[in-house]
Design a protein around this ligand. Structure first.
Ligand code: PLP
Length: 463
């Protein structure tokens, strides 16, 4: 049961001492402090003002099994008492990390049999950047260092994560020259965002054009200089961008043609989110390396993993030490919790449920929003969805003449109406826990519709 916190005092201390992530600290101070989330159960979060809010974002794309799982607390407690910590630097390992690695390998169908652990999605991508470059060094192809990514990709907030990511605002902070790409050796190509960038073409032609941009970039920089291509099967933080179906198979064929490693960032898409265990299954490719985090532990403890092909590991084994790794790589408690979390998802058939029941149901309900005067597009894959808010359905014109006005307004109204969603530019995005029921999906869609209705006069006044 929730404790009896002094919420006003917590808000005051929040402003005085706590610096929240990815936030405008002055704005939060002006608002009188953050919303204090006190407790949560199932698909609902509760705040200090007594609001019960349907969590349409599964925390931050991660709480797949929902909140309040006794079993995960029990496993953590037992593991802490038995072995709370040990490293894997000293030719040592622990049982939960080994068993979790075996589990993850089996979930790839044995295609990616080796697993390296980290504590966050960003760290996983840092590991991947060093690993793929090191692989080519050991193999003797010293010029292969460039990683190709996409504009508006999200690969994390560390230096390598930001650099491989394609978020312009992030590239502009904390690096020597604003606007100059932070790390050398990363190239970005166009993203497969049909609604915003491709509506003058069929989705198929647009998918081909976006894949072609990758080949063009490879030829521009020289195939012998390219180490890897990295992409989220479905871009999450970029705004739930679902590529045309013909995009990824072409991307894979291009990578194979030039001998370039294919990396999928499964940090959001992994563990059932798109209706299959992996997003790469949904989009129909076979990557050489994948990053996973978030749903791996349903966010109960920080842990991430990189699953790697046998070929890559065999090559790296001929190169001596791979001088990379973290104090918390293979953390026993996080590993034990992640392992049990996966067992829960399997036991409760959550992957199948998303594929056969709740995913199709969300798609069906989202489709009912298409008649709304503010909805330009409503799209989803599995339990990952977005609604594009527009001023003019025919032209796709945005309120205020540019993206960024409608999204935050509709999001705030949704939250006031009891639904946590995210506004990314002018899309309202959703990613509920995999345990969400059809009647909770009805609530989710109902609140979005009501909130769009409520926002409409305010937005029309802006024009
Ligand atoms: C969240 C996210 C990351 C970063 O994970 P952190 O745990 O926040 O470091 C990386 N890639 C993708 C696709 C993500 O969604």
């Amino acid at each position: 049961m929730p404790r009896n916190y002094d919420i006003a005092e917590l808000r005051r201390l929040d402003i005085a001492h706590h610096l929240p992530a990815q936030a405008d600290w002055q704005e939060i101070e002006d608002l009188g402090g953050s919303r204090i989330i006190t407790h949560a159960d199932g698909c609902y979060i509760h705040d200090g003002d007594g609001n019960r809010i349907l969590d349409g974002m599964a925390g931050l794309w991660c709480v797949n099994v929902g909140y309040g799982r006794d079993e995960l607390a029990e496993v953590a407690r037992e593991q802490m008492l038995e072995l709370p910590y040990y490293n894997s630097f000293f030719k040592t390992a622990n049982a939960p990390a080994i068993l979790l690695a075996e589990k993850i390998a089996s979930l790839t169908g044995g295609r990616l049999p080796h697993v390296f652990f980290n504590s966050s999605g960003s760290e996983a991508n840092d590991t991947i950047l060093r690993m793929v470059r090191h692989y080519w060094q050991v193999k003797g192809e010293h010029s292969r260092t460039i990683v190709i990514s996409r504009h508006n990709a999200y690969h994390g907030s560390t230096v390598a994560g930001v650099s491989m990511g394609g978020m312009k605002v992030m590239h502009g902070q904390g690096f020597p020259a604003p606007g100059i790409l932070p790390m050398a050796g990363i190239e970005h190509v166009r993203q497969p965002y049909w609604y915003n960038e491709g509506r003058d073409m069929t989705p198929e032609d647009f998918g081909t054009a976006c894949a072609q941009a990758i080949e063009d970039k490879i030829l521009e920089v020289g195939p012998e200089n390219v180490a890897a291509f990295i992409g989220e099967p479905v871009q999450g933080a970029g705004g739930v961008i679902i590529p045309p179906a013909n995009y990824w198979p072409q991307v894979e064929a291009i990578c194979r043609k030039y001998g370039i490693l294919l990396v999928c960032d499964e940090v959001i898409c992994g563990f059932g989110r798109t209706g299959n265990i992996w997003g790469h299954e949904t989009v129909g490719v076979k990557p050489d390396i994948i990053a996973m985090a978030k749903g791996l532990s349903s966010g109960y403890l920080p842990i991430s993993a990189v699953a790697v092909s046998a070929e890559i590991v065999q090559v790296i084994k001929t190169g001596g030490d791979f001088v990379h790794g973290y104090t918390y790589s293979g953390h026993p408690v996080a590993s034990a919790v992640a392992l049990r979390n996966i067992e829960i998802m399997e036991r409760e058939g959550l992957f199948e449920k998303v594929r056969n029941e709740t995913g199709p149901y969300l798609a069906e309900k989202l489709a009912t929003l298409r008649d709304h005067p503010l909805v330009g597009e409503a799209r989803s894959v599995g339990l990952l969805g977005a609604v594009e808010v527009v001023a003019d359905k025919a032209t796709g014109a945005r309120f205020g003449g540019a993206e960024g006005t409608a999204g935050p307004m509709v999001r705030d109204i949704c939250i006031r109406n009891g639904l946590m969603v995210r506004g990314i530019r002018d899309s309202i995005v959703m990613c509920p826990p995999l345990i969400i029921t059809p009647s909770q999906i009805d609530d989710l869609i109902g609140i979005i519709r009501t909130s769009l209705d409520e926002a409409e006069p305010k937005l029309r006044a802006i024009g």
